[in-house]
Design a protein around this ligand. Structure first.
Ligand code: FDA
Length: 309
């Protein structure tokens, strides 16, 4: 992790910084570059627009680390509403949802509440005839998140998992999850991990990504490659060409607003491309992670704050 990225993530955790940024009359344009909007209909509109461009979507109702059961309940009902609207609009075959277990109550004292909530969202996804993927949060949650995925998959086998190549354990997790019917999103990882659990340096994380990709491609599940990294995308395309994998047997995934031209290029080349679309009012934590990943985004954001607040 670069020094700048560490600084941004640390500063973002400071309450005063959080209050200043979240309280600023921030231009809609800045947030909207990365976030579809605040309401269900904004997310539905984004999914319809993406579908019209030949792209798929996975929609994320922003929010994490809820400490109140009523907030977890609000997240469940937001997903239920969204899923039924996707079905009504006829885009559920192209738009699924992504959920965070900490938004569904994983940190609350009742250990069963989060599982009950996640099961309700799975049931809503099934009614809408679409799927759901469970985002991966920081390293303290990896084992419990994968255990919840395994539990939910007993009833809804299409529940997807996310693995982070930054973590050393991930190569073994890929091998374990590359089974028939499984859906695995492979990303580098957006969280700060302790050195003893993670690969050191960006290059090692990239090498681990390629090893993990090979394992997933050799397995019987659906690999979902989530990266904007041009070098990794080239390597993945090469691996697909040489393995003779059928179109649609993998997905490329990128975040809303990031490399949109590349998303279209991959789709035109015959790949399934799924765009991760965040929406909702709790955009702060999400935006900070995107800024930490790319200094150019931070400069853009700070300029907007300075000129429009
Ligand atoms: P990285 O950030 O290392 O950048 C490599 C190169 O990509 C850059 O040098 C540049 O060329 C290009 N690039 C990157 N950002 C760009 C930009 N804004 N504009 C132009 N070029 C850019 N993480 C997690 O921990 N848990 C999760 O559940 C998920 N889920 C998830 C879903 C999806 C669909 C995606 C795409 C990503 C995630 N992530 C995630 C985030 C992921 O772990 C990672 O933090 C980001 O994708 C950034 O890593 P990259 O692989 O894109 O490359």
């Amino acid at each position: 992790m670069t020094l700048l990225r560490t600084l941004i993530l640390t500063a973002a955790g400071d309450e005063r910084v959080r209050d200043m940024v979240a309280g600023a009359p921030i231009s809609r344009d800045v947030v909207r570059r990365f976030v579809a909007g605040e309401h269900t209909e904004d997310a539905v509109r984004a999914a319809v627009t993406l579908a019209g461009r030949g792209l798929h979507a996975t929609l994320d109702h922003l929010g994490e680390d809820v400490t109140d059961a009523s907030d977890a309940e609000a997240t469940v009902t937001a997903y239920e509403r969204l899923l039924s609207r996707l079905a009504e609009e006829g885009v559920a075959d192209r738009a699924e949802v992504s959920i965070k277990l900490s938004a569904l109550g994983a940190l609350l004292p009742d250990p069963d509440l989060m599982v009950r909530n996640a099961a309700r969202v799975c049931a809503a996804a099934q009614s809408a005839a679409t799927t759901l993927t469970i985002d991966m949060e920081d390293h303290t949650t990896t084992a419990s998140t994968l255990a919840t995925v395994a539990l939910l998959r007993q009833r809804w086998p299409w529940v997807g998992a996310v693995l982070q190549s930054a973590l050393r354990r991930t190569e073994a997790d890929c091998a374990a999850l590359a089974a028939p019917g499984s859906r695995v999103r492979l990303c580098k990882g957006a969280y700060a991990h302790p050195v003893e659990l993670s690969h050191t340096g960006a290059h090692q994380v990239d090498l681990a990504y390629v090893r993990c990709a090979r394992t997933l491609l050799a397995g019987a599940g659906l690999p979902m490659f989530a990266t904007h990294d041009p070098r990794l995308v080239r390597i993945l395309e090469h691996l697909l060409d040489t393995s003779g994998a059928a179109a649609g047997s993998v997905e490329f995934q990128m975040l809303y607003g990031i490399r949109p031209d590349e998303q279209l290029r991959l789709a035109r080349a015959g790949h399934v491309v799924r765009v991760y679309v965040p929406y909702g009012q709790a955009w702060y934590g999400y935006l900070v992670r995107r800024l930490a990943e790319r200094p150019a985004n931070t400069a853009f954001f700070l300029r907007s704050l300075a000129t429009r607040s």
